[in-house]
Design a protein around this ligand. Structure first.
Ligand code: FE2
Length: 365
């Protein structure tokens, strides 16, 4: 099949409108999940689906899904191994996540990541329902028709049973790729590498990490208290060093926790990364394109459909949000375009020098 695209103009992008999912609706879903019979795999879960979403994927943004998960006391899930990755936040209750054999206890507003292909499961050993929100890149992988998911009981994926395990390379062992061609062929920097370079990539360990709320909260006053007039964002990235210069929490997403004083106003900006905010405390409004959206603690908002101009404004209380954006993914694709202020150029972050804030004016010696 062929399609004539001679002289065709670029397609206008269909920006999904910003939507607010109110706390009350999320709470109703949590109550419903508590009441349904426990499914065999232990997963009481509701996907929060954007009205524009279609199969496959059913995301809250085109490439990102958000799922409400509930486990009642004493319940545990089957194990999962999948090539999507996740950021999760505990909304209430407590429980234990086991990720490649390592157990992490999570309580309210703790955030953690689940790396791709880590065997993971959940257990509620507490006394109240354990509720968490999970964000993943599954919709993107579903649309690429490459989402690999195995679900099973126990810690060993059935597909691993009976397979030969590769020995860990000895320190001095010569790798096959070291025997293959590795040569720069132009002065500008074009190289040739042999096949083995494709199948034996240098490894950066991708760990399951945990950001306890108590430790994050300790640091929040330091951003909230920066004087009025600061034109950056009052937040911390929950940084996973495996993402290196792409400044992520997983290889797909950054997660940030903010703390904005009352009546804090952003000037509009835009980025090709999609952003969603879950408000932990406070209330306020966002301007997204020509729309104004009101929100409060416990609401989830698709706050920046990719490339929509937007700004966020806190009301008369301190406001905190968990923000998830597919920023590291887009840096890897060299697609992360960003315009921090309307009078500044559009920059390709990671390939061009980025923006400056006016933080220097507020640093005290
Ligand atoms: Fe933004």
């Amino acid at each position: 099949m062929f399609k004539d695209v001679s002289g065709v103009q670029p397609r206008e992008q269909n920006l999904w409108p910003s939507v607010v999912v109110p706390k009350e609706q999320i709470d109703l879903q949590i109550e419903r999940l508590i009441d349904v019979p426990m499914p065999e795999n232990g997963r009481r879960a509701t996907r929060i689906v954007h009205p524009c979403a279609t199969a496959p994927g059913y995301g809250f943004a085109p490439g990102i899904d958000v799922t409400i998960n509930v486990l009642k006391p004493g319940e545990r899930t089957f194990s999962l191994r999948k090539n999507s990755n996740m950021v999760e936040i505990c909304l209430s209750g407590t429980g234990v996540t086991t990720c490649n054999g390592v157990q992490t206890r999570a309580s309210k507003w703790d955030v953690w990541n689940v790396p791709s292909m880590n065997v993971h499961s959940y257990f509620n050993d507490g006394k109240e329902p354990w509720v968490r929100l999970s964000y993943s890149n599954a919709p993107l992988l579903e649309n690429l028709e490459i989402h690999y998911v195995e679900e099973f009981e126990g810690g060993i994926p059935p597909s691993d049973i009976g397979k030969v395990k590769k020995d860990e390379p000895a320190e001095a062992k010569v790798r096959a790729r070291d025997l293959a061609l590795r040569e720069q062929i132009t002065p500008e920097g074009a190289w040739l590498l042999g096949y083995e370079w494709l199948i034996d990539i240098d490894v950066i360990e991708s760990k399951a990490l945990h950001w306890p709320w108590a430790k994050v909260a300790e640091k929040l006053p330091s951003v909230e208290d920066i004087a009025k007039g600061y034109n950056g964002r009052r937040l911390f990235v929950l940084y996973n060093p495996a993402t290196e210069r792409r400044i992520g929490t997983t290889h797909s997403f950054f997660a940030t926790i903010s703390s904005s004083p009352p009546n804090n106003h952003h000037i509009p900006h835009r980025h090709s990364s999609a952003a969603m905010n879950y408000y932990l405390r406070g209330h306020g409004y966002s301007k997204v394109g020509t729309e104004r959206m009101e929100w409060k603690a416990g609401d989830l908002i698709l706050s920046a459909p990719g490339w929509a101009m937007h700004s966020h404004h806190s009301g008369d209380e301190t406001t905190s949000a968990l923000t998830i954006q597919d920023h590291p993914l887009q840096i890897a694709m060299e697609s992360l375009i960003w315009q921090e202020r309307i009078n500044e150029p559009i920059l390709n972050l990671g390939s061009q020098s980025g923006f400056e804030s006016n933080r220097a004016q507020f640093v005290t010696a």
